[in-house]
Ligand binder design. Structure first.
Ligand code: C2O
Ligand code: CU
Ligand code: CU
Length: 488
């Protein structure tokens, strides 16, 4: 009897333990739902919708209106978004080096906004400083000369407290600069040059965007379970048997992609945030963090018609993300004669010597779940500070060459971005301990995985005024992981 009782007790205990295990498993699976694209919980058949290309507009005389709009994020249903000219992503601005941008901007949103030209060297009053707000119903004329070399830059809003939500809801687009050096290379163009903006979204049962970050989401950044390319969930691109040039933008709030082809084939990295590399670099995978761009060439020349290859994100080690998933599909659908041959050199990168630096600055990135401020903001800091628009954290001499050392002491990745300047990464120590292909060229955003420290060098512009530098995990940025520098 006693034994039976004991074993009954044991049995109860084991049920309890099993129940706990089941609960933990269920919780783990629930958590995975957000972390593992794709659960195909819609009636939409994945990778059956052609990739959309946003319309191209001339940057020398365009009108931009920001407003609420509707978009087919999931083909066949309407999602409420915020958009530039009713388009998600926004129109692709195309402009030549040396031309003057001219954009008449109207804010038809019900909230304040502004525009930031990510990667470009522009006057401070054009850069979208977080407190220079264009009010609801107001106009602004953006006008500045384009001083940056050919490259895929981009634009998005930057108002304090709403950068993350507005960009997430659809406000972002490409800003493509062309120049003579790049044209002389005859890189794949027209149909064969494809801008692709990769983002991740969370949708409710009616395919409406969800955006309500909890403090946990702020720690990791807002991660979606649906990967969209040029605004559409799981599209495909029909390709011919030849080289294609992809201008890839990670326009996600927090998700990092470890880009690869599903057949393991090599592809070529030819450019980075600030334009062409010195020479193509052949890779099998490439990490691309929020804000970064990669100019890549994929050669479909050796495949037979009917071949299907996915662009995917390979797994990588990180606390809150890093599972493998598919992004989009390439369907080889016609034979064509190749007219392009890969050049062995592309451009000249004029390096900057650390010995010539006027100033060396150090920055320590931290993440503290308790926050430094009441009300949970300030969990993420740079040199123990959070953003204050009225404070100038670093004073930079106009035209100065500076070395910045940035160290990530937190256990989360931080893609660090500096406004108004392109830098070279001299060195990465800790973590991956090396540079990646895109870091052979000019950068405005560089990823620091946990434990990593980078040393970068740059020559600031002579445009005086206040600019920001920040983590491009946009929830971290909203949380205060952003400081002010003033060029004087
Ligand atoms: Cu895309 Cu302040 O940045
Ligand atoms: Cu920027
Ligand atoms: Cu961060």
């Amino acid at each position: 009897m006693k034994n039976q009782k004991l074993s009954f007790h044991k049995w109860m205990q084991s049920i309890g333990i099993n129940f706990m295990i089941i609960t933990i498993l269920v919780m783990a699976c629930k958590k995975k739902e957000i972390e593992t694209p794709f659960p195909n919980n819609t009636s939409y058949q994945l990778f059956t919708t052609p990739l959309k290309r946003p319309a191209t507009v001339s940057g020398t005389s365009a009108s931009f209106t920001a407003s609420a709009a509707s978009a087919e994020v999931v083909p066949g249903s309407n999602t409420s978004v915020l958009a530039y000219n009713n388009s998600v992503p926004g129109p692709t601005i195309s402009i030549n080096f040396g031309q003057t941008l001219n954009i008449n901007f109207l804010n038809s949103l019900s909230e304040g906004t502004n525009m930031h030209w990510h990667g470009l060297d522009v006057p401070a009053n054009q850069d979208g400083f977080p407190t220079s707000i264009i009010g609801s119903g107001a106009n602004f004329n953006f006008s500045f000369p384009v001083n940056n070399r050919a490259g895929a830059y981009w634009y998005h809003p930057h108002p304090e407290g709403a950068t993350a939500s507005q960009a997430y809801k659809g406000m972002a687009g490409f800003f493509i600069v062309r120049d003579a050096e790049e044209s002389s290379l005859n890189l794949p163009s027209g149909d064969y040059e494809v801008p692709i903006a990769i983002q991740d979204k969370r949708l409710d049962g009616n395919n409406q965007l969800i955006y309500n970050p909890t403090s946990n989401d702020i720690m990791t950044g807002w991660l979606g379970d649906k990967i969209v390319v040029n605004g559409v969930y799981a599209p495909y691109l029909g390709v011919a048997t030849r080289f294609y040039r992809f201008r890839v933008l990670n326009g996600s709030n927090a998700r990092i992609y470890n880009l690869a082809l599903s057949n393991g084939a090599d592809f070529y990295v030819i450019g980075s945030d600030g334009g062409l590399l010195a020479a193509p670099v052949s890779v099998q995978s490439l990490m691309l963090s929020p804000g970064e761009r990669a100019d890549i060439l994929i050669n479909f020349g050796s495949y037979s018609v009917g071949t299907e290859i996915y662009l995917q994100s390979n797994s990588f080690t990180s606390m809150s993300q890093g599972n493998e998933f598919k992004i989009m599909k390439f369907k080889v659908d016609k034979n064509e004669v190749e007219t392009f041959s890969l050049p062995s050199s592309l451009s000249v990168i004029n390096t900057l010597s650390p010995a010539s630096a006027d100033t060396i600055r150090s920055f320590i990135l931290k993440a503290d779940p308790m926050g430094s401020m009441p009300g949970m903001s300030g969990m993420h800091t740079i040199n123990d500070k959070i953003f204050d628009a009225a404070r100038v954290d670093e004073m930079v001499k106009a035209g100065a060459t500076e070395v910045w050392e940035i160290e990530n002491t937190s256990d989360e990745p931080h893609p660090m971005h500096i406004h108004g300047v392109q830098f070279l990464v001299l060195q990465r120590t800790g973590g991956r301990n090396s540079l990646i292909a895109t870091e052979n060229g000019w950068k405005d955003t560089a990823l620091l995985m946990p434990g990593e420290k980078i040393k970068i060098i740059m020559k600031f512009s002579s445009n005086p005024g206040k600019f920001v530098f920040h983590c491009h995990n946009l929830e971290h940025e909203e949380d205060g992981m952003m400081l002010v520098f003033e060029i004087m």
